[in-house]
Ligand binder design. Structure first.
Ligand code: AVI
Length: 322
């Protein structure tokens, strides 16, 4: 039996979100945050090691190479909060660099208890680092960390892996502004952003030949079947990755291969899909390095430094709350 089923309150929130997004006029959607149940999180870990998906390795390479330099630009003393820690592997470089100069508290913030456990296992052994996990949505967790800190402590927030790219551009700005409102002047945000590269490379990263990304995408329908008693027939859907040239983003869709009806009892929904109609499940916005300082200025930060991986164009941006 899967242990990742949600408590009743969250199932009904999930059902309400599924109902709302699938019945939107025009393009049907499903919120990308629901891709990450236990199976989806494991599939995402597998995506991160795919040869075609260079993003995670680039993110880690920049941190490994420049952690000392990045840490050298931070105020002292400083505590670290991470939004969506994942397994915590990349964070090691920053925590090790910081622990050379101070005792550090590290607060991973995650809604997934599995990811929090993996993170504690991965990072638990670093000397002079204490880990306190928060099983909460990002901003709620960050608020708790910010309120609990000692007066003299600054905060470094890590938002790595280009997760910001999964927000629409306006929602990304709004999210950074909300984050800024929780922080104090001089606090830091290390923001990872995947940079634009050839369309071919980008499409391959989200449509790998082994089908791992397809499985990750299709698992969302399987999850709705498991948790809501729905009857999606996965063999009647195909994974699709598209490059949206206007919005500068990859979009993941699930294409219905025939005209079909799906029942989702927990969402009180009977869904009729046409042949070739798609359900849009995720966006991954891509960035230009020169645009990041503007994004920082729009949202109450200034860009103090930028470190770029040229093998797989990716930028770590150090933003300071102004
Ligand atoms: C978590 N996020 C940054 C990944 C991305 O690249 O947008 C999720 C992902 N979706 C498909 N592959 C990876």
């Amino acid at each position: 039996m899967l242990t990742s089923s949600l408590p009743v309150r969250q199932v009904s929130e999930f059902a309400a979100d599924v109902r709302e997004s699938l019945t939107k006029p025009g393009q049907r959607e499903l919120p990308s945050k629901y891709l990450y149940d236990e199976v989806g999180s494991a599939l995402f870990e597998a995506i991160c090691v795919l040869p075609e998906y260079g993003l995670t390795r680039a993110d880690a390479r920049v941190l490994e190479k420049y952690a000392g330099e990045i840490v050298g630009r931070l105020p002292s003393p400083i505590q670290v909060a991470e939004l969506g820690s994942g397994s915590g592997k990349k964070t090691r470089w920053i925590l090790e660099a910081l622990s050379r100069r101070q005792m550090t508290y590290y607060y991973p913030i995650e809604i997934s208890p599995f990811a929090l456990a993996a993170c504690a296992k991965e990072l638990g052994q670093i000397e002079l680092v204490s880990i306190v996990g928060h099983e909460k949505p990002y901003l709620e967790g960050l608020r708790a960390v910010a309120e609990g800190r000692a007066e003299q402590d600054h905060l470094l927030v890590l938002f790595l892996g280009s997760t910001i790219g999964n927000f629409d551009r306006d929602a990304g700005d709004a999210f950074l502004r909300e984050m800024r409102a929780i922080l104090q002047r001089g606090d830091a945000l290390l923001l990872g952003t995947d940079l634009e590269k050839s369309v071919e490379l980008q499409l391959r990263a989200y449509n790998d030949p082994a089908g791992v990304t397809a499985a990750f995408n299709l698992n969302l329908l399987a999850r709705i079947n498991r948790e809501m008693g729905a009857d999606f027939d996965l063999s009647c859907f195909r994974h699709q990755a598209r490059w949206n040239r206007v919005e500068r983003r990859i979009e993941m869709h699930l294409r219905s291969t025939c005209r079909q009806t799906v029942h989702i009892p927990a969402a009180s929904l009977r869904l009729m899909l046409d042949e070739d109609e798609t359900i849009w499940t995720e966006s991954s916005h891509k960035y230009q390095a020169e645009g990041i300082p503007e994004m920082a200025a729009r949202t109450g930060f200034h860009c103090e430094g930028q470190w770029i991986d040229h093998e797989w164009p990716f930028a770590q941006n150090l933003l300071i709350a102004g």
